[in-house]
Structures are given as structure tokens and as C-alpha cells.
Design a protein around this ligand. Structure first.
Ligand SMILES: Nc1ncnc2c1ncn2[C@@H]1O[C@H](COP(=O)(O)OP(=O)(O)OP(=O)(O)O)[C@@H](O)[C@H]1O
Ligand SMILES: [Mg+2]
Length: 115
């Protein structure tokens, strides 16, 4: 299983939107289930998932201290991808998440040019 972390200290940069869309597309085109985990206490990804009518991607409710164990369990039950959304902060928690990710995606929005 590949663990993909979407993170940036910049609020509103598109982390949650990307986590949701990447997970849906991975599930649609991949050969195995994709999961999402919401590691942001704002809970935006969780609210999106609660409103979503489709049953996939599935969402893991995980205490972050138990994340390694939870990821191993997901991999053991055949998950192909796990997308983790994060809070717009730099913290020890973010650093720990970066350490365990296979890929870190940092969304950046372009600023308007003043030229
Ligand atoms: N590529 C995009 N095009 C248009 N709208 C976008 C795009 N990416 C994000 N948005 C919109 O911008 C807003 C912020 O996006 P999002 O919630 O994903 O940011 P975030 O980085 O998760 O924010 P936060 O740091 O507060 O968690 C949302 O309303 C979202 O729909
Ligand atoms: Mg967000």
C-alpha cells in the first residue's frame, strides 16, 4: 500500500480537495481499494465523506498515535492507497506523518502576477 500525505502550512491551498479527488480517482482507476484518513481536526475531509453517497473511498477513523498500526491493517486487508489530509500547520505531528508517507504532495496555488 502506498501512503500519500497531502500537506502544506498554507491554509486553503487545496489539501482537502486534493485528498478527496485523488482518492476517488485512485479507487476508480486502480486495481484495489483506496482509503482516506482525516488528520486535520477541522474535519473538512470527514464532512465531505459523510455527505458523499458512494461507498468508496472508505474512511479510516484513526487515532494518530495508532496510525502505523492502522496503516499496516489497511495494507493487510488489501488497500492499495491511503490518502491522508493534514492541518495547515507545521508541527511534530506533521513531521511524523511526513516520515511515514511514501509520497508527500504539497499543493501550491499560483499568485496573480503583477506584471
Ligand atoms: N483547484 C481548485 N480549483 C477551484 N477551487 C479549489 C481548488 N482547490 C481548492 N478549491 C477550493 O478552495 C477552498 C479551499 O480548499 P481546501 O479546503 O481543499 O483547502 P485546504 O488546504 O484543505 O484548507 P485548510 O488548510 O483550511 O484545510 C475550497 O472551497 C475548495 O473547494
Ligand atoms: Mg483542509
Amino acid at each position: 500500500m502506498k501512503t500519500i500525505l497531502i500537506t502544506s502550512q498554507k491554509g486553503g491551498s487545496g489539501k482537502t480537495m486534493l485528498a478527496a479527488h485523488l482518492a476517488v480517482e485512485a479507487e476508480r482507476t486502480g486495481d484495489a481499494p483506496a482509503w482516506i484518513i482525516d488528520a486535520d481536526r477541522q474535519g473538512t475531509l470527514t464532512r465531505w465523506h459523510e455527505r458523499r453517497k458512494a461507498e468508496t473511498p472508505q474512511r479510516g477513523e484513526v487515532r494518530l498515535e495508532k496510525l502505523m498500526t492502522a496503516l499496516a491493517a489497511l495494507a493487510g486487508q488489501g488497500a492499495a492507497y491511503c490518502f491522508i489530509d493534514t492541518a495547515p500547520t507545521i508541527s511534530a505531528q506533521t513531521a511524523a506523518l511526513i516520515d511515514l508517507a511514501d509520497l508527500v504532495v504539497i499543493p501550491v496555488r499560483p499568485s496573480p502576477s503583477d506584471l
